[in-house]
Design a protein around this ligand. Structure first.
Ligand SMILES: [Zn+2]
Length: 227
């Protein structure tokens, strides 16, 4: 009987080894799927969670979005601050003519985060002359765009020198969508936001920001869909 028992034990050990190999293979496949998924996130293959991911890494430059995505993106951005006003800016320098996409936004980020010593870009949204909306500082963080008025406000900045340059049609469209979406989300009235003394950087500082060519009547017209 002894050899039979030995064979049984041997068979059991073989079964156990086979089981272990099967489970190891299953785990390896699962791990591979996880890694591929994470890699996909980083490559922006899953654009929505990538935005949320960048939110948790405020030192990173924001992702870019065309205007037709921004409502969905703004809706997913966490924000625990109480928002009472959206303040409009222009970059002045760089100008719209100098805009070259990501390098331009990176230059602004470097200037704010490194040269000025702020931890991130000053604004929450940066809008290029091509209508691209760049996510700046996470909504949940106070900006550094309007001295003395950063608490409770959101900074939206157009890449343009609107003292001498006119915003492009698509830049106007993107700005209108960002403003409308923010007003909707935070229950703000566009008229009250852009009432005298509110809504423009020049209301709070000795500057022309967001540019002398941009007036509040004009921005209110943008919000109604006309350039
Ligand atoms: Zn400004």
């Amino acid at each position: 009987m002894k050899p039979v028992a030995a064979t049984d034990a041997e068979a059991r050990r073989r079964r156990q080894r086979r089981m272990a190999r099967t489970w190891a293979a299953r785990l390896a496949v699962l791990l591979a799927i996880c890694i591929a998924y994470r890699y996909g996130y980083r490559r922006g293959a899953h654009s929505l969670p990538a935005v949320v991911g960048r939110e948790s890494q405020p030192e990173m430059i924001g992702t870019r979005h065309p205007w037709w995505e921004i409502e969905r993106v703004i809706a997913t951005q966490p924000c625990r601050r109480r928002i009472t006003e959206v303040i409009l800016h222009h970059t002045w320098d760089p100008t719209a003519a100098q805009y070259a996409g990501e390098p331009t936004v990176e230059a602004i980020l470097r200037f704010h985060a490194r040269d000025r010593g702020w931890h991130n870009i000053a604004y929450h949204y940066i809008i290029g002359p091509d209508g691209t909306i760049w996510l700046g500082r996470p909504l949940s963080q106070v900006g550094t765009h309007t001295q003395g008025h950063n608490d409770g406000t959101i900074g939206v900045c157009l890449i343009i020198n609107a003292d001498v340059e006119q915003p492009s049609e698509v830049q106007i469209k993107a700005t209108a969508i960002v403003l409308r979406t923010l007003f909707d989300r935070f229950g703000l009235s566009a008229r009250r936001n852009f009432a005298p003394g509110h809504g423009f950087h020049r209301d709070y500082a000795d500057k022309t920001c967001p540019g002398t060519l941009i007036t509040k009547a004009r921005v209110l017209r943008w919000l109604q869909g006309s350039p």
